[in-house]
Design a protein around this ligand. Structure first.
Ligand code: SDX
Length: 393
């Protein structure tokens, strides 16, 4: 019989942690931020209020919200020298590559002032990251299109500021479309946190060694980039565009069902949800609302997405495997309608998820019992053996 491997019962790992931030019920398709259902927050709240909730555990009073918003606004500019980091990248670099590099470089500017054991310095790092990620993402976009960086505006709300930094140019007035800023703010809320997903687990594991929070968030951005995770929103829209028309959907459904094709429907399936991703439901309603308000409700990509969803949800292969649309299935359609290139979809996911990453990092660091993460393995390699001289091999 095979060897029996037993793990030390005292074995611990950050992969299994206690947290009171976000709750997911994959079978029911339920997502709660500090107990509040995601659809209620998407309907009634806004991203910075959700940031407060995720960081501090309760919805803010009006005074607390005003103070929090003022603190974030004050930190939206980046150190002027950080502009030089962008110059080192090729213009056609993917904005996620730039973000990994520049956010990691924040360690060089703020690391010396960040004692992770000091609660106040953890708080300042959290505010700096929530405030500066949109600025850095917008700078990555501007750099990629060869336009000058736009400074943040303190008179704009969080989502409007990001739209302004991305789409304003010095030669003319840019007026933020309230339809777009409301829809973008909703997308940010829907992406804010999601329990122990791959990138959050990466941030926790990096943070468990005592690494500074800027380096940990850079590690989370790197992990999020993958097409199986946050990179799926870009891959999904590119897939929908490649399908092009509803008559070509069966061809792609067949490929997705063929194990040897290596093709998967982007924006479909989830490690935890075996029912509808509640965020996908809100995102689908938002896509209808935004494209309708913009007068492009007949957008062919939206039509393909809806028909693809309908066909897949009637197909035994997907139904038996409980594969439903996830958060990435409709988000790209909305971001595309706003004028973002697909390469900016995952950076927007990253800046939205920054609050979740940093809230989970703070929770872990504040736990006096937390230890360095050290997942173990099941060794299936060669048994012990002696070295052989090359003449006898
Ligand atoms: C995110 O963890 C999180 O919370 C992540 C996230 C967050 O907010 O942080 O929710 C964000 O990452 C959402 C997921 C985005 N990724 C995609 O949309 C990429 C496409 N989806 C997949 O690659 C896949 O569904 C995963 C990666 C999301 C999950 O992969 P798993 O764990 O392998 O899926 P599974 O175990 O549930 O798969 C069961 C079966 C397998 O087939 P069988 O071996 O049983 O025959 O379903 C198949 C899979 O091959 N399958 C798919 C499929 N997803 C799973 N087949 C076709 N198309 C798909 N999309």
């Amino acid at each position: 019989e095979g060897d029996v491997f037993t793990f030390d019962p005292g074995f611990t790992s950050t992969a299994a942690c206690e947290s009171d931030i976000t709750y997911i019920d994959g079978d029911k398709g339920e997502l709660l931020y500090r107990g509040y259902p995601i659809d209620q927050l998407a309907e009634n709240s806004h991203h910075l209020e959700v940031c407060f909730l995720l960081l501090y555990g309760e919805l803010p009073t009006a005074a607390q919200m005003a103070d929090f918003e003022a603190r974030v606004t004050k930190h939206t500019m980046v150190h002027e020298q950080m502009h030089y980091f962008f110059r080192g990248f090729r213009r056609d670099s993917h904005p996620m590559a730039t973000m990994v590099g520049v956010v990691g470089a924040m360690s060089a500017f703020y690391h010396d002032s960040t004692d992770v054991n000091d609660p106040w310095q953890r708080e300042v790092a959290a505010i700096r990251l929530i405030a500066k990620l949109p600025t850095i993402a917008a700078m990555a976009f501007k750099y990629s299109v060869g336009q000058p960086f736009q400074y943040p505006r303190n008179n704009l709300d969080y989502a409007s500021n990001f739209l302004h930094m991305c789409f304003a140019v010095p030669c003319e007035e840019y007026v933020v479309n309230p339809i777009l800023s409301k829809a973008l703010d909703r997308i940010m809320m829907l992406h804010a946190d999601h329990e122990q997903n791959a990138s959050t687990s990466t941030v926790r594991l990096a943070g468990s060694s005592g690494a500074n929070p800027f380096a940990c968030i850079a590690a989370g951005i790197a992990c999020l980039w993958g097409p199986a995770h946050g990179g799926a929103n870009q891959a999904c829209l590119e897939m929908l565009r490649e399908i092009g028309t509803v008559d070509r959907i069966p061809e792609y459904i067949a490929r997705a069902k063929d194990k040897n094709s290596g093709f998967r429907l982007m924006g479909f399936g989830h490690r935890v949800y075996k029912n509808f991703d509640p965020r996908a439901k809100v995102m689908k309603e938002s896509a209808d609302e935004v494209l309708g308000l913009l007068g492009i409700e007949n957008n062919p990509t939206l039509q393909v997405a809806k028909e693809l969803e309908r066909i897949a949800l009637e197909d035994e292969f997907f139904v038996s495997r409980k594969l439903y649309p996830n958060v990435d299935f409709y988000s790209g359609i909305i971001l595309d309608a706003m004028g973002f290139p697909t390469s900016m979809f995952t950076p927007i996911f990253a800046l939205s998820r920054t609050v979740g990453w940093i809230a989970q990092w703070k929770e872990m660091i504040a736990d006096p019992t937390q230890k360095i993460g050290r997942p173990r393995q099941l060794y299936i390699g060669a048994p012990r053996r002696d070295y052989q001289d090359v003449r006898h091999r």
